[in-house]
Design a protein around this ligand. Sequence first.
Ligand SMILES: NC(=O)c1ccc[n+]([C@@H]2O[C@H](COP(=O)([O-])OP(=O)(O)OC[C@H]3O[C@@H](n4cnc5c(N)ncnc54)[C@H](OP(=O)(O)O)[C@@H]3O)[C@@H](O)[C@H]2O)c1
Length: 260
Amino acid sequence: MTTALVTGGTAGIGAEFARQLAARGDDLVLVARDGERLAAFAAELEQRHRVAVEVLVADLTDPAQLALVEARLADDTRPVDLLVNNAGFGVNQVFVGGDLDAEQRMLDVLVTAVMRLSHAALPGMVARGMGGVVNVSSVASFIAGGSYSAAKSWVTVFSESVNRQLDGTGVTVTALCPGFTHTEFHQRAEMDVDHLPDWLWLDAPDVVRSALADFRRGKPVSVPGAQYKALSALARYLPRPIVRRASAVRGPDRLGRGTP
Ligand SMILES: NC(=O)c1ccc[n+]([C@@H]2O[C@H](COP(=O)([O-])OP(=O)(O)OC[C@H]3O[C@@H](n4cnc5c(N)ncnc54)[C@H](OP(=O)(O)O)[C@@H]3O)[C@@H](O)[C@H]2O)c1
């Protein structure tokens, strides 16, 4: 790998992808909305790791700004070997009667951007016979925890499907499905997560290390942490009515408590 593009590469899991990829010598293209923060983080990484870091200020809910990122990914003169579709946020509300524009913005970033950026990046990777995509999904994709969970289900199934379609090309797609991870995510979504026990929490460096290892092995789905490997296996193999009932207790649709 020589160049990686990370969306949401300034905070939380995305910033940790940027740190670990720069530490192994990858050049980076970082995408986010906050230009000052992007520039400061890029300078820090360039200085510490002696790699080139390009920044793209783009709001992925805006089709014209998203198109700029698509164009960068499709530019064969400056190939991107790894796309990390990481940018995202949660909408902490009940769907019925909730803010429809907020739902739409969430779908734009979690689903539309992932689809369009993958579509822009993958043909070049296939032509070069190498590279791939990590799509940051969530363990919420295995349960019925509101529209966030539904969007992440799309991300997981999309990744599994495209990974299968790419068999034999040298290119792979991995859905990274973390549980609760210490980042800015819950604060930004005004989710109350103070009551959650310590054992449920992951740290971004562990999440990213495990994701990159699974990506190297071409795994379609990566679930970091023993606790979440067990919980996600339960969610996938238990009868769906039980999963639905358990999801309603946990999910933001019911109690406003937050979801990974
Ligand atoms: N933290 C968790 O517990 C957890 C668990 C499972 C999955 N996830 C998933 O992990 C991914 C990363 O989340 P995180 O926890 O690291 O959150 P975070 O700390 O809040 O970071 C979010 C990043 O996304 C960028 N971003 C947000 N909206 C954007 C937009 N419209 N256009 C472009 N960039 C945007 C932010 O930068 P700007 O604000 O500057 O744009 C920031 O760099 C998300 O897809 C999330 O759903 C998180």
